[in-house]
Design a protein around this ligand. Sequence first.
Ligand SMILES: [Zn+2]
Ligand SMILES: [Zn+2]
Length: 484
Amino acid sequence: MCQVDEAYHDDLEQEKVSSVSKKCVKCKETIAVVAIRAGDQYCRDCFEQYFLHKFRATLGKNRVIFPGEKGLSQNAHKKLRFVPGIVYIDEGGALNRSMEERRQTVAKLKDIFIATGFPFHIVPLEEVLDVPGSVLAMAPSSSPTQASSDKASVDRFFCNNSCSCLTPEQQQQQQHETSSLYVEESQTQLLQQLLDSSKTLTTKAELVSVLRQHLLVHTARCEGYSKLMFGDNCTRLAVKLLISISLGRGAQLAQDTSFSDSRYGDIISLRPMRNYSAKEIAYYNHIFNVPSVFTPNLHTKSKEKASIQCLTESFVTKLQVDFPSTVSTIYRTSEKLQTTCKSSSSANPCDRCLLCMCSLDTAVENASAFQSTLISERLCQTKCVGANSASFPSQNTELRGPSTQCCSKGKGEYCDRPMEDRGCCSGVRVPDTTDIRGLLCYSCQLTIKDMSSVDCLPQYILSEAQIRQRRSRMREEISDFLLD
Ligand SMILES: [Zn+2]
Ligand SMILES: [Zn+2]
């Protein structure tokens, strides 16, 4: 036994010594400084080339932005056919961080952004409470008002950034003034109220992610950008894939993890870093001294089992330590995924989930797991109400109380029309949970189900829900006269 152990130990020692003195696999001259995986050692220069080439190759191969374009580095960005900008969504409000802490983080980030020379936008998450309902509509690029306002903002964008009348210092100064973090306290409270209404950290994180996505799309539209590039690397995507499965997003897996995602129509989301592992990026940042700022999120300092997201991440990263091909195996599976649902360009907005904007996966045949869940849920609710309505209030009675109250009468009063007649109120009526759930995909239904009340949802979501409900009711009424 001892001999075997010793022999194994010797092997390890030898391996260590040899890998240190190994030469770069590319130029075969310089001593390697990075070993990405066994047999893949690079010197500093070759690693930089390899790293940059991978980024260009990903964009070039997918032909989404600039077919044939060659240079993509900080110095060459003026030659590009697209102008990159940076968006930072400050989520401090969701984490109960003080305004002072948030400003400090933003100030550090701002210095880094200014140094890149790219235009940047710092947006607090609270701003999502004020976005228009149109953010939830799939905007075709042909919409004239949208197009003209987009064009105006593009013009403004180019004027701001390439006006010869402004020196770089003046441009920086201008940006400095427009990107200061300003949040009203009442808005932060509203956001916290919304997040506190969800019972688990899992749904809280899902809500934040949905809101962030909406705000990013809104910012992109306002500032005249057509693409959103995310920094998701393959480690993160592997984790995301398993999280999505655990959260019931099987039908949306392909869209959630693919290179390009067009669920918003005019704004395409891209993941150009998806071929890098977290390790490669960490090496690059370390070797080339890329500045970084630590920004906490909902899962910072939380326990391993605090949420599905945390648990999945620790599962994958722990497995990866002993089985180095874990991430790449999961990740390669994600590349092969395709959505079998209706085409993603479906014109009817009612076919899309109100929150995540993916095609609805809830129109399935009766003999499905989803329908069985619904049936048992309904049975359970009936039983609970029948048994003891005081200790088990059904979601319906709990939420319908204030929400169906007529706008023209005082609190607790209802107009003469029957309750079923939803048309009695002309004002804003908060749709109840059951109403909203019909507009959501399976996974988002679970998110909403976990919330104590939907009243805290931002106004743009509630009003879009009303519009869709009205539209589908109208469609039902005239369905006999419609041609296919
Ligand atoms: Zn080399
Ligand atoms: Zn959804």
